[in-house]
Design a protein around this ligand. Structure first.
Ligand code: F6R
Length: 368
């Protein structure tokens, strides 16, 4: 039951810290990650030369975050595909390809069929799933359960965090097995991952600004989201959640794409959320996103930034600042996405909508 919360979505957002904790539990050693992937043993993981991630919706966006981490750490090329596009194509796959499916429910029809499609062509398969014993993990050679706990609200929130964590764990494991990352470097990431639950609690405790924003924006007709690098999937996820439960038109863009079209949408008063990487971690990316902010502000956009607590450089360019603690670049999405989830929830609530049962949507899409 909802345990005192007004909605399952609110409850599940509040469970983010435990979801992340439970996904990491028993899997973090000091300088490595312990994963038992059954048939995908070290030898199998050394034999692959490519990874394709298949998933739908929010799970697909978590895969985009996973791509950046896995490629950086394990030096294996990673593609991210929509399961329904993948299954109706003739993708190039062989026994050296690992197809990773990501699904909260483990029952999404298109994702299941993508796994079958991959198996039929001899690819190896790993399922990252939140539901014990579901169809997709049963169809896969190996499974990494996310242990986020049951997710009831149609809109996925804590499961997204756990999906990102699952891929970070896998990326570190793969990096060790393939010898692409020193123990000290893995230890540094592990140490930062251990901080995430406490940092998430801090983010959840400091969302008064989001609340005010959502009330102020309840009549908005369109909201844009901008990000770069791992902030790009965060922007896509922020936009999806807003469409899904508040029925407001929303789009996510990669910062570098602005000039290639989307900047034409900017008119005075247009609200744009910008996901900003920490300047301490990523000075170059930070300066690029600040340039993007200057470009849209010059055209009258109202800019709401999600920025790291110590980032003072972004202040002159923001109308509203939503703060998250400092972490490593690949871990940033886990914290940055939370204010966006809360924003969607609060805005839909301000509009008087049923956040748990948005119109036209089902929790698990088991038909086409
Ligand atoms: C968005 C949402 C959907 C699901 C998608 C995949 O909030 O919930 O986009 O992420 O339908 O579902 P699973 O992960 O169950 O395969």
């Amino acid at each position: 039951e909802k345990g005192g919360w007004n909605s399952f979505m609110a409850k599940e957002i509040s469970e983010g810290p435990e979801a992340v904790e439970n996904t990491m539990r028993g899997r973090l050693a000091d300088s490595h990650v312990e994963l038992d992937l059954g048939a995908l043993d070290d030898e199998a993981l050394r034999s692959i030369d490519r990874i394709v991630i298949v998933a739908c919706g929010t799970a697909n966006y978590s895969g985009l975050v996973g791509k950046y981490a896995i490629e950086t750490w394990a030096r294996v090329p990673v593609e991210v595909d929509l399961a329904h596009e993948f299954r109706y194509r003739d993708p190039v796959l062989d026994e050296r390809t690992l197809v990773i499916s990501i699904s909260q429910s483990g029952e999404t029809m298109d994702t299941k069929m993508a796994v079958q499609h991959a198996k039929a062509q001899g690819a190896r398969t790993l399922s990252i799933c939140n539901t014990q014993g579901a169809t997709i993990p049963r169809e896969s050679e190996a499974v990494l359960y996310t242990h986020a706990g049951p997710e009831v609200a149609v809109a996925s929130t804590k499961a997204f965090l756990a999906q990102v964590i699952g891929q970070l764990l896998f990326g570190l494991h793969l990096a060790r097995v393939r010898g692409t990352m020193a123990d000290e470097a893995i230890a540094e990431v592990v140490a930062e991952m251990r901080e995430l639950p406490a940092e998430l609690r801090q983010v959840l405790a400091e969302q008064e600004a989001v609340h005010e924003l959502a009330h102020w924006m309840a009549d908005s007709r369109s909201v844009l989201f901008l990000g770069r690098h791992v902030g790009y999937p965060v922007a896509l996820e922020g936009a999806l959640k807003l469409k899904e439960i508040s029925y407001i038109h929303a789009e996510g863009f990669a910062g570098g794409e602005l000039k290639h079209g989307p900047i034409a949408l900017i008119e005075p008063g247009q609200v744009v959320f910008v996901v900003v990487p920490s300047p301490r971690n990523e000075p170059l990316l930070h300066s690029k996103i600040v340039s993007n902010i200057q470009e849209i502000r010059a055209r009258g956009a109202r800019v709401i930034v999600v920025a790291e607590a110590g980032d003072a450089a972004v202040l002159p360019y923001a109308d509203v600042v939503l703060r998250v603690p400092l972490t490593l670049p690949m871990l940033e999405p886990v914290l940055q996405v939370v204010p966006l989830h809360i924003f969607a929830l609060e805005l839909a609530t301000a509009k008087g909508l049923d956040v748990d049962q948005p119109r036209n949507l089902a929790k698990s899409v088991t038909v086409e």
